[in-house]
Ligand binder design. Structure first.
Ligand code: NAD
Length: 482
C-alpha cells in the first residue's frame, strides 16, 4: 500500500508537469501503474508522434489505444496519423538531411554514442533494450548517404528493430521517418525522446504512427524518401517492394521465417534440449528466428521427446511483469486464435499432442506451451509461421532427408542443427538455404554479425559492417585533364 500511494503521488505530481492529454485507464493494475509511474517520472512515456523535433497529435485529433497484451487494459492512447503528418515528417527529415549529412562521421558517432549511453542508462525503465550499434567513422571519399529513410518496424521487438535500422542510417548521415507498430509505439517514442536528449538535432529522427497503409503509401510515393527499410511479415514486405518500384527506392526487407531445428542422433542431448527450447520458446515463440519445426532423427527421437517435455513442463506462464515468468501472453487474442487453428488443423491431420494444445487457463492472450509429435512437413503448421509457443516435431531417418525437409519452404531466415560431428556441422550448414545457421547454438542474434535471410525472408542484411551498405550510395568520380 505504501508503494501504491507512492506511485499515485508520483503520477499526480508528474501529471501536473505533463502537458499532454490524460491517458491512464482507471482499471490499471498496480503492477502496470508502477511501471507507467516510473516511465512518466523520467519523462519517457511519450504519447504523441515526433515531427521535426516537436511532439505532435494527429491533425484531426484521432487516437488509437495501446493495450497490455496480458490483460487487455489500456495503457496509453497515441495519435492515429496518416498522409498529412507523414508528409510533414518527410519534409522535416529532408530539411534536416542537409545539415546532418554534412557533420563529420566522428560528430555523428559521438551523438549516437550519447544516445546509446542514455538508452543503456534507462534500460530498467523502458524494458529490455538491446544494444544500439555504435556509429563508426566512414570513408566518405567513396560513399554518400542515400538521404531520407522510411523505417517500418514490427511489434515483436519494438526497440531492437529500430536500433538496427536507425543506428546505421544515422551513422551514415541519413535522416529517418520511423513508423513503429501501432501495437507497441511507446518504446519507439521513449527512444526518440532519448535521441533528442542526446543531441541528435530535430528532424533527424521523426516518428509517426496510426494508419499503416496511408503512412506506408506516403513514404513510398515521396521522391524525397530514398530508401525503405522494413521488418515485418512477408505479405506486407512484398507490397512495399512493389510500391517502391514507382520511385525506384532502395529496399531492405527483414521478413518472416520458418526455421528448422535439426536434432541428429549424435547430438549432445542436454545441449540440444537447451538450445531448441530457447529458440522455440523465447518471446513466447514470437520471433522471426524462432524454431518453427523441430526435425528429430529416429535414433534419438524418444529420448529427445522425454527430455524436451520435462523442460517445457518447467516453463512458467504468466504476466511478464511477474517474478519468475518465462512465458508471457501472445500479442493479442487474434494471435491466439491463429495459433490454435494451426494446432487443431495438425491434430485433425494425424499429429499427436504430447503436451498442451489449447488456450491457457489464464485466458485472454495466453496459450499453453505445446509439443506436437508426428507432424509432417506438408501440414500448414510446418509451412506457416506459427508465431506462438508450439513445437511441432517431425521425425526423419537420414541427413539427406533432414536437409530436404528443412529446405522445402519459401523462407530462408534462420536454421539450427545439433550434432557432435564436425564434418556433419560443415556439410549441413553449407546445405541449408538460410541466411543464418546456428550449430549447437540456439541464440544466434548479435549486432556484430549480419542478420538477414534467403528466399522470401528478405533482402539485405542488418548489423555488422554489411548493415551500413544499404544506407550508402557509391559514387565514382573521374577527374581528367586538370
Ligand atoms: P506486419 O507485417 O503485420 O507489420 C509490420 C509493420 O508494418 C507494422 O508497423 C505495421 O503497422 C506495418 N504495416 C502493415 N501494413 C502496412 C502497409 N500496407 N503499409 C505500410 N506499413 C504497413 O508484421 P508484425 O505482425 O508487426 O510482425 C511480425 C512479423 O514480422 C513476422 O512475420 C515476423 O517473422 C516478422 N519479423 C521479421 C524479423 C526479421 O528480422 N526478419 C524480425 C522481427 C519480425
Amino acid at each position: 500500500m505504501v508503494e501504491f500511494t507512492h506511485v499515485i503521488n508520483n503520477l499526480k505530481l508528474s501529471s501536473n508537469l505533463w502537458p499532454q492529454r490524460p491517458f491512464l485507464s482507471i482499471e490499471m493494475s498496480m503492477q502496470t501503474l508502477s511501471v507507467v509511474g516510473r516511465l512518466r517520472n523520467c519523462g519517457l512515456l511519450k504519447t504523441r508522434g515526433l515531427i521535426g523535433g516537436k511532439w505532435t497529435d494527429a491533425y484531426d485529433g484521432r487516437t488509437i489505444q495501446v493495450n497490455n497484451p496480458a490483460d487487455g487494459e489500456v495503457i496509453a492512447t497515441v495519435p492515429c496519423m496518416g498522409e498529412m503528418e507523414t508528409k510533414d515528417a518527410i519534409s522535416a527529415a529532408y530539411d534536416a538531411f542537409t545539415h546532418w549529412s554534412k557533420l563529420t562521421a566522428a560528430d555523428r558517432s559521438s551523438r549516437l554514442r550519447n544516445w546509446y549511453n542514455l538508452l543503456i542508462a534507462h534500460k530498467q525503465e523502458i524494458g529490455q533494450l538491446l544494444t544500439l550499434e555504435q556509429g563508426k567513422p566512414l570513408r566518405e571519399a567513396i560513399a554518400e548517404p542515400v538521404g531520407v529513410v522510411g523505417a517500418i518496424t514490427p511489434w515483436n521487438f519494438p526497440i531492437a528493430m529500430i536500433a538496427r535500422k536507425v543506428g546505421p542510417a544515422l551513422a551514415c548521415g541519413c535522416t529517418v521517418v520511423i513508423k513503429p507498430s501501432e501495437l507497441t509505439p511507446l518504446t519507439a517514442l521513449a527512444a526518440a525522446e532519448l535521441a533528442l536528449q542526446s543531441g541528435i538535432p530535430p528532424g533527424v529522427l521523426n516518428v509517426v504512427m496510426g494508419d499503416p497503409p496511408s503512412i506506408g503509401d506516403s513514404l513510398l510515393e515521396s521522391t524525397q524518401v530514398r530508401k525503405i527499410t522494413f521488418t515485418g511479415s512477408t505479405g506486407v514486405g512484398k507490397k512495399l517492394m512493389a510500391g517502391a518500384s514507382e520511385t525506384v527506392k532502395k529496399v531492405s526487407l527483414e521478413l518472416g521465417g520458418n526455421a528448422p531445428c535439426i536434432i541428429f542422433d549424435d547430438a549432445d542431448l542436454e545441449l540440444a534440449v537447451k538450445g531448441s527450447l530457447s529458440t522455440k520458446f523465447n518471446n513466447t515463440g514470437q520471433q522471426c528466428v524462432c524454431t518453427n519445426r523441430i526435425l528429430v532423427q529416429e535414433g534419438i527421437y524418444d529420448r529427445f521427446i522425454n527430455a524436451y517435455s520435462n523442460a517445457v513442463q518447467n516453463l512458467k506462464v504468466g504476466n511478464g511483469l511477474s517474478e519468475g515468468v518465462t512465458q508471457g501472453p501472445l500479442i493479442n487474442e487474434a494471435a491466439v486464435m491463429k495459433v490454435d487453428s494451426l494446432v487443431q488443423d495438425a491434430i485433425s491431420k494425424g499429429a499427436k499432442v504430447i503436451m498442451g494444445g489449447k488456450r491457457h487457463s489464464l485466458g485472454f492472450s495466453f496459450y499453453e506451451p505445446t509439443i506436437i509429435g508426428d507432424v509432417r512437413n506438408e501440414m500448414p503448421i510446418a509451412r506457416e509461421e506459427v508465431f506462438g509457443p508450439v513445437a511441432p516435431i517431425i521425425r526423419f531417418k537420414t541427413e539427406e532427408e533432414a536437409i530436404q525437409i528443412a529446405n522445402d519452404t519459401n523462407s530462408g531466415l534462420a536454421a539450427y542443427a545439433f550434432t557432435n560431428c564436425i564434418q556433419r556441422s560443415w556439410r549441413v550448414s553449407e546445405a541449408l538455404e538460410y541466411g543464418m545457421v546456428g550449430v549447437n547454438e540456439g541464440s544466434i542474434s548479435t549486432e556484430v554479425a549480419p542478420f538477414g535471410g534467403y528466399k522470401q525472408s528478405g533482402l539485405g542484411r542488418e548489423g555488422s559492417k554489411y548493415g551500413l551498405d544499404d544506407y550508402l550510395e557509391i559514387k565514382y568520380v573521374c577527374m581528367g585533364n586538370m
